[in-house]
Design a protein around this ligand. Structure first.
Ligand code: ZN
Length: 83
């Protein structure tokens, strides 16, 4: 995954509705589908993006361990079936 550094980049990802966004909050690292409404339109916490769920999972597990992050319960995160 790569860090999302600008609000413009984040908005393009949300409008594009493809890929996955990690929201790294102080209490939990949660992964969302790009079109999830829970992803804010501003960078309130560090956010990361990947187009591929497999690449995202590899990156997350390597960096945080398999229990160091969670999928969003609303959109399903990496398992999302959202369009
Ligand atoms: Zn979500």
């Amino acid at each position: 995954m790569r860090e999302i550094t600008t609000t413009d980049e984040l908005l393009l990802i949300k409008v594009g509705k493809t890929g996955f966004v990690l929201n790294e909050r102080p209490d939990v690292r949660r992964v969302h589908h790009a079109s999830c409404n829970s992803v804010s339109t501003w960078i309130d916490h560090p956010k990361y993006f990947s187009e591929s769920s497999n690449a995202a999972k590899d990156w997350l597990d390597r960096r945080f361990g398999s229990d160091g992050w969670v999928n969003c319960s609303y959109c399903g995160g990496l398992n999302s079936t959202l369009p």
